[in-house]
Design a protein around this ligand. Structure first.
Ligand SMILES: NC(=O)c1ccc[n+]([C@@H]2O[C@H](COP(=O)([O-])OP(=O)(O)OC[C@H]3O[C@@H](n4cnc5c(N)ncnc54)[C@H](OP(=O)(O)O)[C@@H]3O)[C@@H](O)[C@H]2O)c1
Length: 245
């Protein structure tokens, strides 16, 4: 893919990995559109980057996603890259607190349903482009689940399988489907967790290089190491993940 001259929608582009990706692609002369849920953080980013466009949207609300897609279609007919990055990670301890299934499954709606909905809504726009991409940000925990994050891991495993199947369906179109698998990254999502983390800027640089090379599945740093261990010795990979601080 060309690394300049694209019109790129980054969901969750007001924070963490999404913000780092938006800045990196912006530096390479792409038009940037971001979404965020927190209006203050979105406003702050748009003040700092006045040539970006931003839309507030809560991805747990399916109606809001439809409205967002309609606005994008209307205002950005040249959109050719969708980066489905927004996501949440919630710890669940079902024995201590069985929780309300609807609350737990909200995580699935944000992490899985929303990227699927947005991608399908925007398919007609992306199909107009000479070269386009749908990029889904998954997680190493989608491959090797960690027990305290049951819904998160399931949502990322689902998004990974969906990405592979979608790639097959779109093979004869101009749309590439890529899966980006971050390792543990220093962002607000896990600011409270200790342990060695890659920086969001370093991660964004690795993804940009992979984008340029048209790679389908990208596992920077420790995500690649975990993937290899998991293929050779699955129980070892599981033990590594469970013992992460
Ligand atoms: N950090 C890691 O170690 C790591 C590892 C593997 C995968 N990932 C994945 O990378 C992606 C980005 O995560 P991050 O680490 O950059 O986390 P982050 O800094 O917390 O950013 C998450 C983004 O998702 C948005 N978001 C959260 N809930 C939303 C909702 N209901 N509706 C719409 N947007 C919502 C947030 O918007 P607001 O800020 O406006 O709420 C924010 O922009 C996620 O998909 C995550 O699963 C992260």
């Amino acid at each position: 893919m060309q690394i300049s001259g694209n019109t790129i929608l980054v969901t969750g582009g007001n924070s963490g990995i999404g913000f780092a990706l938006a800045r990196k692609f912006h530096k390479h002369r792409n038009r940037i559109i971001i979404t965020g849920r927190n209006p203050d953080r979105l406003k702050q980013v748009l003040e700092d980057y006045p040539d970006w466009t931003g839309y507030e949207c809560d991805f747990s609300d399916t109606q809001a996603i439809t409205l967002l897609a309609e606005k994008i279609e209307r205002n950005h007919a040249d959109l050719n890259i969708l980066i489905n990055n927004a996501g949440i990670q919630v710890a669940h301890h079902f024995l201590n607190d069985p929780g309300i299934p609807e609350n737990c499954l909200r995580e699935m709606r944000i992490n899985f349903d929303a990227p699927v909905r947005l991608g399908l809504h925007l398919l007609p726009v992306l199909l107009q482009a000479d070269a386009a991409a749908i990029i889904n940000v998954t997680s190493a925990l989608g491959e090797v689940p960690r027990s305290i994050f049951p819904i998160y891991c399931a949502s990322k495993a689902a998004l990974s399988a969906y990405s592979t199947a979608l790639r097959g369906q779109l093979a004869e179109t101009p749309i590439r489907v890529m899966e980006w698998v971050p390792p543990l990254t220093a962002t607000p999502m896990n600011a409270h967790r200790p342990g060695a983390k890659i920086s969001a800027d370093e991660l964004a640089a690795a993804f940009l290089r992979a984008f340029h090379k048209d790679l389908q599945v990208v596992r920077p740093g420790k995500a690649a190491l975990l993937h290899t261990i998991h293929r050779i010795w699955p129980t070892k990979a599981q033990a590594i993940i469970e013992s992460t601080p």
